[in-house]
Design a protein around this ligand. Structure first.
Ligand code: NOJ
Length: 802
């Protein structure tokens, strides 16, 4: 903690005492990031036996081998650390990504993080992580490059929001810890990414002008309170759940590149959160050697300078030189290796770990150091790791589908005689099953024909099969002898005569499938669904007064047709993975009662999100100023529902909202102090830092209890949600009016009731004080609201801690 004393003056100035609201935002306070040195050494906290093994391993390494242990090399995986045969170390194989082992054959493609968040189901989050862990391990990967909690989703148009979970840090925090627990229970290492402030794809990396000037990557300028209460919050959960590694991001944070930012790496991550594992760079995200290392970076990936550049590394032999000439301490290099090898031994990757499936050997990225590395590959190619995971994929696909509107009993379908399936998102793929190759990323709207099961880029997955909606609907409709007619051409559908081939017409029900492409490297240009979606819905509803709209989207959509009376139902199906059609049919026909809830807000118009937009402009795109790309997070804590609530703005569908085929109620809210001690201090009692930070931040101080009832006549699940109204802090930025601090998915038979408890930890009740550099429970009343969405409170109460 002594670093804080040394740097506190700098810290207070640089991280901003100015308010985060527009009126008081002072950009100049965010142009530098305070220094925090030296880099904290791992104590192997929680991993003590493994640390001893890592130390014994380290003792045998030459300096050259040490440099190799922290520098990516060419090899069979997306990222590779060279084997050391002499020591029986097979090297490390790092593979993408957050929803599948990206490029592997005979592997599952799971619902995206976004879909998983929309399920609000902790058990399914865990099982998805567990199955992904089994598949990565089965293919011989040591490290999965996932899950994603950055982007958090500040910008509604962010191109990678779907890889992560939700713009709410609490929901994302729960999702990430469940995922990591599941993944690492198999012996796989998880790598939570991208740390931190990676909220847009535009200018995520530096660029070079025609004249050769380097224009630096966008700087996410974030005040210290917002850093703690929003963006780093889920990373603390990840550290607490024992995550092996953290990937630093491409962007700059308060002026310094994330992979050489000593405040965020040494300060917040390693010191405050007590992270004991290793920080690896995003691919080509390292911009220096010794400075990055001293700022807390432990591993350079893929071991090249720049992205896709085969060149020297800032690490590699530069490390050997720097240790030999005294500019880098060997103790710091040793700490890097201990951080890398402790989770490896803790997860027992040294014993009986599967070899790398040669079919997954994509060659990764070429780098020169070391030049020729032989990785031990397995003898059997194309190992099928899918097991029975399709069952979970189908279930989670349904669970992450949100029923937003349902009038005139449109859903569930009751054996309609004449069904129309419309739109270019309804049918099968025609360009192949792998969304990280050119047919799928030619333009901002992706490919024209075929349903959208996942997004594009390194967060995608190679599908071994795909159940498209049209095929699944045909199969189900056959059971009722229904007629199924389909038109998949959106250009045709968006003209008034586009539906003239239907007969008989109008059909009993028109199912319109819309999609929204999103991919790494590109932010979305619109929040509308793609491919003339608005015109398509207009022409379908002009013919069909029972139109059900289904969206498959890599993020949120605004829905200008939501109040159209001929739109009788809306399902936001997100990105469901390979069982897409089955997951949907289960809901359409009522075999599964919808229980998904929005993990974000659907506002009325795109402009409603302009308070936190992507930083971009023609001037920026042609700038010659290396430091021009500045993204000021002026809205502070007020993103998504926190913004709409604070400004009392009406929205189309609020955060946490979702319908069921049944109805539910909540009653009998009570809140009690379960801490025992009557004197709860405003600051956390000091304690030895463990992964996750001061353990007293996780003490359960209060417990809220409600009764949840199924008041309808069919079985189903609902999601009671607890929101706190924490006190406003005098002369501080606004505290959001309500923040999510608890949720449970509850399955109930008709007429059945159950008691649900929400445990409230010290962190849940605190705000981050920039002045005290501590989590503080403020004096004043704390409001408690429990409801079925962020705007549908069924029971309220309040209590005072201080
Ligand atoms: C860059 C992406 O940002 C990261 O998420 C991914 O893991 C690496 N590329 C490797 O593909």
């Amino acid at each position: 903690m002594h670093h804080h004393l040394n740097t506190i003056a700098v810290t207070l100035a640089a991280i901003g005492l100015a308010g985060a609201q527009n009126s008081s935002w002072n950009h100049n306070l965010f142009t530098s990031s305070p220094p925090v040195y030296p880099s904290p050494e791992t104590a192997g906290t929680g991993w003590e036996a493994a640390l001893a093994q890592a130390e014994a391993f380290l003792a045998n390494l030459t300096l050259e081998e040490k440099a190799g242990m922290v520098t990516g090399c060419s090899g069979p995986c997306v990222g590779n650390i060279a084997p050391i045969e002499r020591l029986g170390f097979d090297g490390l194989c790092l593979q993408d990504g957050p929803l599948a082992i990206r490029q592997a054959t005979y592997a599952s493609v799971f619902p995206a993080g976004l879909t998983t968040a929309a399920s609000w189901d902790k058990g399914l989050m865990y099982t998805r992580g567990l199955y992904m862990g089994q598949e990565f391990k089965g293919k011989g990967a040591n490290v999965a490059l996932g899950p994603v909690v950055g982007p958090l989703g500040r910008n509604a148009r962010g191109g990678r929001n779907w890889e992560g979970f939700s713009p709410d840090p609490f929901l994302t925090g729960i999702a990430v810890e469940q995922t990591i627990w599941g993944m690492q229970s198999t012996g796989l290492q998880a790598c939570v990414k991208h740390y931190i402030g990676n909220e847009q794809e535009t200018q995520r990396n530096p660029s070079i002008t025609k004249n050769g000037t380097t224009i630096e990557a966008v700087s996410s300028n974030i005040d210290d309170r917002t850093m703690h209460e929003l963006y780093s919050w889920p990373f603390a959960n990840a550290v607490r759940s024992g995550v092996a590694s953290v990937m630093c991001s491409y962007n700059r944070v308060n002026g310094s590149y994330s992979c050489e930012n000593s405040k965020t790496l040494n300060g917040i991550l390693k010191e405050e959160f007590g992270f004991q594992g290793y920080v690896m760079s995003d691919w080509g995200g390292t911009h220096s050697g010794v400075p990055s290392i001293n700022a807390g970076l432990d591993m350079d990936m893929p071991g090249t300078i720049g992205f896709f550049v085969s060149d020297n590394s800032y690490f590699g032999s530069n490390i050997t030189t720097a240790v030999n000439n005294g500019s880098l301490s060997e103790a710091r290099l040793d700490d890097m290796i201990k951080r890398i090898m402790t989770p490896y031994f803790h997860l027992k990757q040294n014993t009986d770990y599967p070899s790398i499936d040669p079919s997954g050997a994509i060659g990764g990225f070429f780098s020169v150091e070391p030049t020729t590395v032989q990785f031990p590959l397995g003898t059997v190619a194309n190992v099928d790791v899918r097991a029975n995971h399709a069952t979970l994929i189908r279930e989670l696909g349904s669970a992450g589908t949100v029923l937003l509107k349902n009038v005139n009993n449109a859903l569930p379908l009751k054996a309609p005689k004449n069904i129309a399936v419309l739109g270019n998102d309804a049918g099968d793929l025609i360009n192949g099953e792998y969304f990280d190759s050119s047919p799928y990323s030619q333009n901002a709207f992706g490919f024209e024909y075929g349903t959208l099961p996942v997004g594009g880029g390194s967060g995608t997955g190679r599908m071994s099969y795909l159940v498209d909606p049209l095929t699944a609907i045909k199969a189900r409709a056959a059971q009722d002898g229904s007629l199924v007619q389909w038109i998949l051409n959106n250009t045709l559908l968006s003209t008034p005569s586009g539906l003239s081939s239907l007969a008989p017409s109008p059909p009993d029900v028109c199912l319109v499938f819309l999609k929204t492409w999103a991919q790494e490297g590109l932010d979305r240009s619109t929040l509308l669904a793609d491919w003339n979606s608005t015109a398509v819905v207009e022409s379908v509803t002009s013919v069909c007064n029972n139109t059900i709209v289904v969206t498959h989207s890599g993020g949120l959509n605004v829905m200008p047709w939501a109040n159209n009376p001929n739109v009788t139902a809306i399902l936001a199906a997100h990105l469901p993975g390979t069982e897409s059609g089955n997951s949907l049919v289960d809901i359409l026909y009522g075999d599964v009662n919808p229980s998904g809830r929005l993990p974000y807000t659907i506002a009325k118009t795109q402009e409603d999100y302009s308070f936190a937009d992507i930083t971009n402009s023609t001037a920026l795109a042609t700038t010659t100023n290396p430091n021009a790309w500045q993204s000021d997070f002026e809205e502070g804590l007020l993103i998504d529902y926190r913004h709409f609530d604070y400004y009392n703005q009406s929205v189309q569908y609020e955060f946490g909202f979702g319908l069921s085929y049944s109805t539910f109620d909540i009653s009998s809210l009570s809140v009690s102090n379960v801490y025992g001690g009557s004197n709860i201090t405003s600051t956390p009692p000091p304690a030895k830092i463990i992964p996750g930070g001061n353990p007293t931040l996780w003490d359960v101080l209060y417990r809220a209890t409600v009764t949840v009832s199924n008041t309808g006549d069919i079985a189903g699940a609902t999601v009671p949600q607890l929101y706190l109204s924490l006190p406003q802090i005098p002369s501080e930025d606004p505290t959001p009016l309500h923040v999510l601090r608890g949720f449970e998915k509850v399955s109930l038979q008709p007429g059945q009731s159950t008691v649900v408890n929400f445990d409230l930890t010290r962190r849940d009740l605190s705000y981050w004080s920039v002045f005290q550099q501590e989590w503080i429970i403020a004096a004043g009343e704390i409001g408690v609201s429990v409801g079925l969405s962020s705007r549908d409170f069924k029971a309220t109460s309040s209590f005072r801690v201080l």
